[in-house]
Design a protein around this ligand. Structure first.
Ligand code: NAG
Ligand code: NAG
Ligand code: NAG
Length: 529
């Protein structure tokens, strides 16, 4: 116990040196108290937060920087785009493979940025803002490269079929690195829209610390939105290779509205608001009641952002449409809380939200994110949520969101942390090429396409490299989980699973700190401060 606390003290102090730059000493006290009073069964959100950000370093493609902390990885994908005469080095590998899929990568960056905007104070106080910004910038630097002219955006590097045929480390890759683009003749409004949303959101993250970069991102975001809106079409119609991997099932209208609401938030330009209002009905923004929020379907996120505009004085003439958005946002929130008339998100026996078998955790982390934001919104505006099956206060919504994140960290029948590397019981056979093969740094001997399958994929042993901070697909509908490398439905992680957790870990760290401070306010320790 002492050892554990001492280790945490060190973490908080190393965080504190960064916080001092931001002049937030008062907040530090919360974390010091928290360290002192942490009980055995409380989750270590600080540890989870730091680890979640490390995961994005494991997924880096391109030339790794000197401050790279995940040291089992090395440079890879250094000729991406070369065949097409464009520099596409960088960005993120999507999951356990090495394809750079534009749509889920952009959604990942949007969610990382949204977390960094909403929970900025909490992330700064935890000393992790620099790492969060690095994670975002690794994505946005790549989007800047991929957006080679106003109406051209490179959509994907590599393809699922040839990539999945091999089991290799990224450093050894011999698979096709063909790049695919969208342009005026091959439109992709969903991809352009999501990338615009990601860059607009990121521009807000960098606004004060790196105004030049922020401005550049906004410029790209505006161009991409115009491109996506002017040349309408689904990107999977233009980039056929993506169809069996990330087909845009919900179409592009959600992404165009989503991009517009982000651009409005980033610019305050009324034109974007008009777009969100005028197209609310025909683009399904106020029509689609939906129970999932994902890399494909953005409606719930859009509806929640539109609802929050209602409290702004200047939106009074738009109340009617914004209320329609709000009613759909609440449909989503109520469905997660099991309070709709019939149409609710299913749950496992132990209470985990359950949308579908393959990579269910992605829906859990996005739901926890939206629920937490909505709880904050209700709290700050002194409102309750009215669902068909009853009225709910912000505390209940918050604690449900927290229960989902705590399930992820080990509060579940298997006592398993689905966040890799957190605690002592976590998946050891994550479906991940790089993590499952000896580190290239340790053994530079080339491992060929099928050699990886022969010598590494089928091993019983744990992965030689721990994919720290990755949220895997998670358990089935009975809370069961098979830790097997070929069970990719459950043991594969994706960048967009972990992205919403970053802000949430910081938020829960902060709220636990405050709670403990309140509980111990009569303690002599507090008095001595
Ligand atoms: C609730 O759902 C039931 C079954 O579909 C339906 O009969 C009833 O009218 C619904 N109630 C309301 C208030 O919508
Ligand atoms: C919200 O619900 C709580 C508990 O039922 C109640 O005490 C409170 O007055 C309600 N607040 C509003 C704004 O309706
Ligand atoms: C999980 O932990 C609880 C409480 O410590 C214990 O009772 C239970 O047996 C554990 N379950 C498993 C599957 O290890």
């Amino acid at each position: 116990m002492e050892e554990k606390n001492r280790k945490k003290q060190v973490q908080y102090h190393s965080g504190a040196s960064k916080i001092s730059n931001f002049g937030q000493w008062s907040t530090i006290l919360f974390y010091i108290f928290m360290t002192i009073f942490t009980t055995a069964n409380a989750f270590d959100y600080m540890d989870a937060l730091s680890k979640s950000l490390l995961y994005f370093e494991s997924q880096r493609s391109g030339r790794l920087p000197h401050n790279q902390r995940v040291t089992w990885r090395d440079h890879s994908g250094l000729t991406d785009g070369l065949e097409q005469g464009v520099d596409l080095v960088g960005g993120y590998y999507d999951a356990g493979d090495h394809v750079k899929f534009g749509l889920p990568m952009a959604f990942t960056v949007t969610m990382l940025s949204w977390g960094a905007i909403e929970f900025r104070r909490e992330i700064v106080a935890a000393g992790e803002m620099e790492h969060a910004m690095e994670a975002i910038k690794w994505g946005t630097d790549y989007f800047i490269k991929a957006h080679t002219s106003p109406n051209v955006l490179w959509a994907e590097v590599g393809d699922g079929d040839t990539d999945h045929y091999c089991w290799q480390r990224p450093e050894d890759m011999t698979t096709s690195r063909q790049a695919y683009k969208i342009d005026e003749n091959n439109p992709g409004s969903d991809l352009a829209g999501e990338t615009a949303a990601a860059m607009a959101a990121a521009s807000l993250v960098f606004r004060t610390t790196n105004p030049h970069y922020s401005h550049l991102l906004l410029h790209h975001a505006q161009q991409l939105f115009e491109f996506g809106d002017m040349y309408r079409g689904k990107y999977d119609g233009s980039v056929g290779v993506v169809k069996s991997y990330y087909a845009s099932v919900s179409g592009y209208m959600d992404e165009l509205l989503w991009a517009a609401v982000w651009l409005y938030k980033a610019t305050d330009n009324e034109e974007y608001l008009e777009y969100v209002l005028n197209k609310a009905h025909i683009f399904g923004g106020t029509g689609w009641a939906i129970t999932e929020f994902s890399w494909d379907v953005k409606y719930a996120g859009l509806q929640l952002m539109a609802s929050k505009l209602l409290v702004e004085e200047k939106q009074q003439q738009h109340t009617q449409i914004l209320e329609q958005y709000r009613s759909k946002a609440e449909y989503y929130i109520c469905s997660c809380l099991n309070k709709n008339n019939g149409s609710n998100v299913e749950r496992t026996p132990a209470g985990l939200l359950y949308v579908r078998q393959w990579n269910n955790m992605q829906y859990v982390s996005t739901a926890a994110f939206l629920l937490t934001l909505y709880s904050d919104f209700l709290k700050s505006t002194n409102q309750n949520l009215t669902c068909h099956e009853g009225t709910i206060g912000h505390e209940e919504i918050f604690s449900f969101a927290k229960s989902q994140v705590d399930y992820i960290l080990g509060s579940n029948p298997l006592n398993m942390s689905y966040l890799v590397g957190y605690g002592s019981n976590y998946p050891r056979r994550v479906h991940h090429r790089g993590a499952s093969i000896v580190s290239y740094r340790e053994n530079k001997g080339f491992i060929g396409c099928t050699q990886g399958y022969d010598n590494w994929y089928g091993r019983e042993e744990a992965n030689p490299n721990v994919l720290v901070g990755a949220l895997v697909g998670g358990p089935n509908s009975d809370d069961d989980f098979m830790d097997q490398r070929d069970n990719y439905v459950q043991t594969e992680a994706c960048t967009y699973n972990t992205a919403p957790l970053v802000g949430l870990f910081a938020k829960f760290l902060d709220s636990e700190g405050k709670k403990l401070l309140e509980e111990n306010q009569n303690s002599h320790l507090v008095a001595s401060y």
